[in-house]
Design a protein around this ligand. Structure first.
Ligand code: ZN
Length: 534
């Protein structure tokens, strides 16, 4: 257990201490965490793809660790919560995209111009239809933004630039850019297909790498209750470097659109000349996987029926196209790091027990990389009563690759949990900051979002940086070179002290949330409050 006296002394001098960056007394040294990461990201686990033998091995390992930590099974079958998925893949040999202009047909290259996204294309079919550029393609009633009104989209393809205008707050912009929300508005407008052009100003991964793995299968939850894109015939991703082809003859250039999009300025709407012929050949099959759920029971007679959820995703991308001769997408940071942390925090509570009033759920979900599917399933069918989950602390790729001086808190301004997380960071001399790069939509890009949609206050915390510092470049380079690449493996440099301090923050936030009588609430002004059960 943490030395109480030390903690009191430390807190009394917190401000001085923070300025001098002393060692904070923590329960962690980073080495047991790194040991779990090494196991999970080993080549023998083959990148832990949903439904694969590698993920099953990772799950067996995690269950072993849960048992060692003395946790109770809290899934549907022991620690497991089985889930059915349908896997979709584009058969490119039988598919094609052709631009038709003035009676001439020009085939687009899947590798270099545009490809069918199996995430947005679920059925085979042939379509020839017109295209309309709709700016960011958003309808945000709260901000009176309607980019679809006054445009004839019936039976047509909506072409949009990923992103949002600057006046839309981050959380709201992120929410309305989820595929499900976007599609609601586009379907209303009569759209049948989508062309999404990544915003060059906010691409994490260069097009060459996106395109390289375009034929990785996608998945969806098999149960039709989860289908969010009913009526969408096809979805296409278009290379921004080739997008001038689409705009030629429209009176606008893509360069002009991209320049506006870079500064999040409003975008014009206009018809694109000619039409697009889409031939989609899709194959589908069923895949089984599971979430893992473990529980540490609380001690308070009433509060033990409530749960603080610690979550991370155990799945990654599996085996893909080789980069520098390596085909295994190990996912050491994404999200071996968060999964290892869940296991390590569980072990720390066994070694140094705390009197926790509420219970804690340790949740390792599957199929995050397929669209937050494991967490979506869990949030819809939790193995504990839905209302009993008071908070979700999600860890995904928290990137301890520089010393932990700034803690980026997604959800910082949305709920009491965000405020608490900030307080905990300060208590160990770390400065809490909101997301400095809202264009990346990080708040909706990991499993916390599945809980948010069900009204559960959530945060995702990451090692952070200030804009314009050398650290910003380190993170940018990491995304460009290692994110969703085989080099996100155990041969990359990590800062074990940063990892240890981050773990301590998670542990303290979990303890505080488990023991504070009041459950965390959404802030009155938070957009996400609407999902809270009234
Ligand atoms: Zn990922």
């Amino acid at each position: 257990m943490l030395n109480r006296l030390y903690l009191l002394v430390f807190l009394a001098f917190a401000n001085i201490a923070a300025a001098q960056h002393p060692a904070v007394a923590t329960h962690f040294d980073g080495s047991s965490w790194w040991g779990h990461v090494k196991y999970l990201a080993d080549d023998s686990l083959e990148g832990r793809e949903t439904g694969s033998e590698g993920l099953r091995k990772a799950q067996a390992y995690a269950v072993e660790q849960f048992e060692k930590a003395g946790l109770e099974p809290a899934g549907a079958k022991g620690f497991y919560q089985p889930i059915q998925f349908t896997q979709y893949q584009v058969d490119e040999a039988k598919s094609s995209l052709s631009l038709i202009r003035d009676g001439q047909s020009k085939k687009l290259s899947f590798a270099d111009d545009a490809f069918l996204s199996s995430r947005m294309t679920r059925l085979s079919g042939t379509f020839t239809t017109q295209m309309v550029f709709v700016g960011y393609g958003l309808q945000i009633p709260e901000k009176n933004l309607d980019e679809l009104s006054g445009v004839d989209l019936k039976g047509k393809i909506a072409v949009y630039l990923a992103g949002s205008p600057a006046e839309i707050p981050t959380a709201l912009a992120s929410h309305y850019q989820t595929l499900g929300e976007r599609w609601k508005a586009l379907r209303e407008a009569g759209v049948i297909g989508i062309i999404s052009i990544p915003n060059p100003a906010s691409m994490d991964i260069p097009w060459s790498r996106i395109s390289l793995n375009r034929n990785q299968p996608s998945m969806d939850l098999t149960d039709p209750e989860f289908n969010e894109t009913r009526g969408l015939d096809f979805g296409i991703l278009f290379d921004p470097d080739s997008a001038e082809t689409l705009f030629a003859g429209s009176g606008h250039t893509f360069a002009e659109i991209a320049a506006l999009g870079k500064d999040r300025k409003p975008l014009p709407h206009f018809a694109l000349p000619g039409s697009l012929q889409v031939v989609a050949a899709i194959t589908a099959k069923t895949v089984s996987s599971a979430n893992l759920v473990a529980k540490l029971p609380g001690t308070d007679a009433a509060l033990k029926n409530e749960y603080v959820v610690l979550s991370a995703h155990l799945d990654h991308l599996g085996i893909g196209e080789p980069i520098n001769g390596d085909r295994i997408y190990n996912g050491a940071m994404d999200d071996g790091s968060g999964s290892a942390l869940v296991l390590d925090v569980a072990a720390s509570l066994k070694a140094h027990p705390e009197n926790l009033k509420r219970s804690v759920l340790f949740l390792l979900v599957t199929a995050e990389e397929k669209g937050l599917l494991g967490s979506k399933y869990f949030a819809a069918h939790p193995t504990v009563p839905a209302r009993s989950m008071v908070a979700d602390i999600n860890m995904d790729m928290f990137l301890p690759i520089v010393p932990l001086k700034f803690l980026k808190i997604l959800g910082l301004e949305e709920s009491d949990l965000g405020t608490r997380a900030a307080g905990v960071a300060q208590s160990v001399g770390v400065k809490p900051i909101p997301d400095p790069e809202p264009l990346r939509n990080a708040f909706i890009r990991s499993d916390q979002y599945s809980f948010i949609r069900k009204g559960v206050p959530a945060v995702k915390m990451d090692v952070g940086f200030e804009l314009g510092t050398p650290e910003q470049k380190i993170f940018k380079d990491w995304l460009t070179n290692r994110y969703h690449a085989p080099s996100d493996d155990i041969n990359q440099p990590v800062d074990l002290q940063a990892a240890a301090l981050y773990e301590e923050i998670v542990r303290r936030l979990m303890i505080e949330t488990a023991n504070t009588a009041a459950r965390p609430e959404w802030k009155t002004e938070s957009f996400f409050r609407r999902y809270a059960v009234q």
